[in-house]
Design a protein around this ligand. Structure first.
Ligand SMILES: Cc1cc2nc3c(=O)[nH]c(=O)nc-3n(C[C@H](O)[C@H](O)[C@H](O)COP(=O)(O)OP(=O)(O)OC[C@H]3O[C@@H](n4cnc5c(N)ncnc54)[C@H](O)[C@@H]3O)c2cc1C
Length: 521
């Protein structure tokens, strides 16, 4: 509930009620967007702009079943304290080539999150742990490349990987502009820009085919695919592997990335209905859609955008659209945030007592362990110190570290006791104890992203006339940026259809000439 009040000023819901049909609204294109995450917010934002440019008025309603905007981009307050840092639970980082996110951050005057406290911590930045030893430890201010390329251990592999990544990202970026943008078929667009060869093979195959040394791939690149997509190189496609290495200019919004999407919605002047689940979309005889909420309210729209994975939308579509997105496996990921006055125990990482464990502990499989489709012997994907500060609930106040763990199962007392080298009780591991080893803890389970297995075909964007889908892009690349790009693309396709004839002005259904035009399209 706290989040509702926090976003209320940003949304400033227009006075047109979602389920009323005012005279003015009757002249406007009525659009329902289901989902207020990156995809849905970007659809609303770009649609409002494209429609305005074309002189088309719109009445956009965004339905969101959560009580907050952002979907998988969401924060919780450390120590449950509104004045303490907002911690990202899901989409945490975006990078300089993420043009929609970067531009929005600037347009909406949002600040980048600072890491003042962390800069003062005296510990190595990053270590890659294989369950037995750290295969790489760095202490640098720059990117992976600044540090990794210097290492004799990997020869020229970092340099070649960087070139390979730049080539793949360069091709991807052509999707933002004409003639590729807007694309009607994601599969065709990916073929056109020459990335099918990259999505159609595993990261392991792609790196080998391009001469990247096995040691660098297994130790460094795989650590990145595991922290970003909970996946080993043999189970993630080549393009998503390259995305994991595109870390230049990584940033986040102070107070939470969700603010980008809240600002997009506010700017679109969409009517945002939080805490509202849509459970049915029915196509009517005149081609419009009746949308029904779980409370039984109905309303009618000319176009509907489904802006979240269909398989988790609990949505009936009646009749079934021409294209029904396939159900695909998603990663079940546990995100755990917790605070403790203790640093990670060096003994837990086979370091000498007194040694500092790196701030970011990424993991990979040991070279002797066969690649598994899972976490393997390290048992977790990453542990990082995301922030640090004074716990406002402790007396006397005490300085604590705020940790984030990505793991394939729920973090328990045994695991926490091991990594902290301090006794943690079951109760603390479940709920925290203000005076204990773990003072605050937040557990979250996500269906975080698809298992990014190799593939060469991708879901349709247009599921039927007037019915759109943004989430097919996740099997290509699953990030806040790509969902936002997919929303922008759908918005442009919708506007183009309206302009070229599907735009139905008042009285269109009484005009036989309009019907003829429709058939000829
Ligand atoms: C742990 C984790 C870490 C991540 N890290 C990063 C990262 O560092 N950088 C990055 O770029 N990406 C990251 N991602 C991925 C990124 O968060 C997602 O790709 C992106 O946020 C997806 O946005 P979306 O709008 O497509 O979907 P979602 O965010 O899932 O939004 C869909 C929305 O639709 C709503 N909805 C669904 N069905 C209904 C219904 N029937 N009625 C009403 N509402 C409905 C949902 O409640 C949800 O809010 C991460 C994800 C996770 C989980």
């Amino acid at each position: 509930m706290m989040r509702i009040s926090r976003v209320a000023w940003l949304l400033q819901v227009p006075l047109i009620a979602a389920f009323s049909t005012s005279y003015k609204a009757h002249y406007a294109k009525r659009v329902a967007i289901i989902g207020a995450g990156a995809g849905g917010s970007s659809t609303a934002y770009h649609l409002a702009r494209y429609a305005a440019e074309a002189g088309i008025s719109t009445n956009i309603t965004v339905f969101e079943r959560n009580t907050y905007v952002g979907g998988r981009t969401t924060t919780v307050q450390a120590w449950n304290d509104p004045l303490s840092p907002a911690m990202e639970l899901g989409g945490a980082i975006f990078v300089e080539v993420n043009h929609i996110m970067m531009d929005a951050m600037q347009t909406f005057n949002l600040s980048a999150a600072g890491h003042d406290v962390l800069a003062r911590l005296e510990m190595p930045d990053l270590g890659i742990w294989n369950g037995q030893e750290f295969v790489l430890v760095t202490k640098a201010g720059g990117t992976w490349w600044d540090t990794a390329k210097l290492l004799w251990r990997y020869g020229a592999a970092p340099l070649w990987t960087n070139r390979l990544m730049k080539s793949a990202v360069g091709k991807f970026l052509t999707m933002y502009d004409e003639p590729v943008f807007p694309w009607k078929s994601l599969s065709d667009a990916i073929e056109r820009i020459g990335l099918l060869d990259v999505t159609g093979v595993t990261g392991e195959q792609y790196l080998k085919a391009n001469g990247i040394g096995r040691r660098f791939a297994d130790e460094v690149i795989q650590a990145s695919t595991r922290v970003n997509y909970a996946s080993n190189l043999a189970y993630i496609h080549g393009l998503e592997t390259m995305v994991c290495m595109a870390t230049s200019g990584a940033t986040a919004v102070e107070g939470g990335n969700w603010q980008i999407f809240a600002h997009m919605l506010k700017s679109s002047r969409a009517n945002v209905q939080l805490n509202t689940t849509i459970n049915r979309i029915s196509k009517r005889k005149d081609g419009s859609y009746q949308v029904t909420t779980s409370a039984g309210d109905t309303s009618v729209f000319d176009d509907v955008v489904l802006a979240g994975p269909l398989q988790y939308a609990n949505l009936a579509m009646d009749p079934a659209p021409k294209h029904v997105p396939d159900e695909i496996p998603y990663t079940k990921l546990y995100t755990t945030l917790f605070s403790s006055p203790h640093r990670l125990s060096p003994e837990a990482f086979n370091l000498g007592s007194g040694a500092a464990v790196p701030q970011y502990v990424l993991t990979t499989l040991p070279l002797w362990e066969d690649s598994v489709d899972g976490v393997g012997s390290p048992g977790f994907y990453s542990i990082s110190i995301s922030d640090a500060g004074t716990n406002p609930h402790t007396s006397p106040r005490r300085f604590e570290y705020i940790y984030k763990i990505f793991s394939p199962s729920r973090v328990n007392a045994t695991f926490l006791s091991h990594i902290l080298g301090q006794k943690v009780s079951d109760e603390e591991a479940a709920h925290g104890d203000v005076d204990g080893t773990v003072s605050w803890i937040h557990h979250k389970i996500w269906y975080s992203y698809p298992r990014e297995y190799p593939r060469v075909t991708f879901e349709e964007l247009r599921l039927d006339d007037g019915l759109w889908y943004t989430s097919g892009i996740e099997s290509f690349i699953s990030t806040m940026e790509t969902s936002a790009l997919s929303g922008k693309n759908v918005a442009r396709l919708m506007r183009d259809e309206w302009v070229s004839g599907r735009y139905k002005p008042e009285g269109w259904n009484q005009d036989p000439a309009y019907e003829v035009k429709q058939v000829q399209m």
